[in-house]
Design a protein around this ligand. Structure first.
Ligand code: PLP
Length: 285
């Protein structure tokens, strides 16, 4: 696999970053994951806009211009012959060659930019989309700026492990009695014709897939209600689902052992998945 590190395309075994990099020492970095379908980038503009926002919120420099980033994505897709898969992009604050809590001088310290691809042939046709996910609820004990897509993924990783231990696929996190989001996705319930999901705030990541799916839901004459919901309400909903750049729209069929609806993906989540894949493929670049 060829990867990109700070201006260079290299075999993955030859790519390196300083051990003093603040991404490594302090999780001082942000990331984006963009899907590739049919060799094209899904919602690149959305991911780029969120990356810029994450960088701004953390007072980090933008490593390269939008056009260059697009070119790097396309080059990695080309050289690695990615038909379907993901592109991972990470920007960290870099380092001035020592460990210090104080940020290094931005005039003399360059951010570290790393990109790599993950090939996932046929990922839009994964059989899980037909059977749905089984979810456990866990407490949300992450920091208060979940709207910034930082590489601090220890707790979400622990959440996935808790889910696995419970024989489930993923976890939904709960704060003050209300669902915030999934470990790596936004969470939704469906009641009748209504799609319910938590409103945007610093409590959750502003999903790029979320924005697109809510738009498509409205266009398909579904009602959208952005408000808090509890695990109890989710258990008695007609359907539930999650969204993310890598899972698209994925039905949820069980929460804490309780079947959602009749325990199958239902109607609306699969329909939204279909619309999302169709429309975002049309708009892919
Ligand atoms: N929420 C969290 C915590 C995530 O990590 C992610 C994606 O990684 C999402 C939501 C979904 O965001 P997007 O649709 O932009 O992938």
């Amino acid at each position: 696999r060829t990867v990109y590190v700070n201006g260079q395309y290299l075999p993955e075994t030859e790519a390196s970053v300083s051990i003093f990099d603040r991404g490594f020492l302090m999780a001082d970095g942000v990331y984006e994951v963009t899907s590739v379908l049919g060799g094209k980038l899904i919602d690149f503009g959305g991911h780029q806009a969120r990356l810029e926002r994450s960088l701004t919120e953390l007072d980090m420099k933008k490593p390269v211009a939008f056009d260059d980033l697009l070119e790097i994505h396309r080059e990695l897709v080309r050289v690695n012959e990615i038909e379907d898969g993901l592109i991972y992009l990470q920007v960290t604050r870099g380092s001035d060659g020592d460990r210090d809590f104080v940020f290094p001088d931005p005039d003399t310290t360059e951010p570290t930019l790393v990109l790599f691809t993950q090939s996932k042939p046929g990922m839009a046709k994964t059989p899980v989309a037909k059977t749905g996910l089984r979810i456990v609820s866990i407490e949300d004990i992450r920091w208060g700026r979940r709207d910034i897509k930082t590489v601090q993924l220890l707790y979400p990783s622990m959440g996935k492990m808790m889910a696995k231990k419970a024989g489930c696929d993923d976890a939904w996190m709960v704060e003050d009695g209300f669902v915030t989001e999934g470990t790596s996705n936004n969470a939704y319930i469906v009641k009748g014709n209504k799609i319910i999901t938590r409103a945007l705030s610093s409590d959750i990541l502003h999903g790029i897939t979320r924005a697109a799916v809510l738009r498509f839901a409205r266009e398909a004459q579904m009602e959208v209600e952005e408000r808090n919901f509890t695990i109890e309400e989710a258990k008695s909903a007609d359907e539930a689902f999650v969204t993310s750049a890598s899972a698209f729209v994925m039905p949820v069929v069980e929460i804490d052992g309780a079947a959602i609806g009749d325990g199958t993906p239902g109607q609306r989540a699969p329909r939204l998945r279909e619309i999302y894949l169709e429309e975002s493929l049309k708009a892919a670049i």
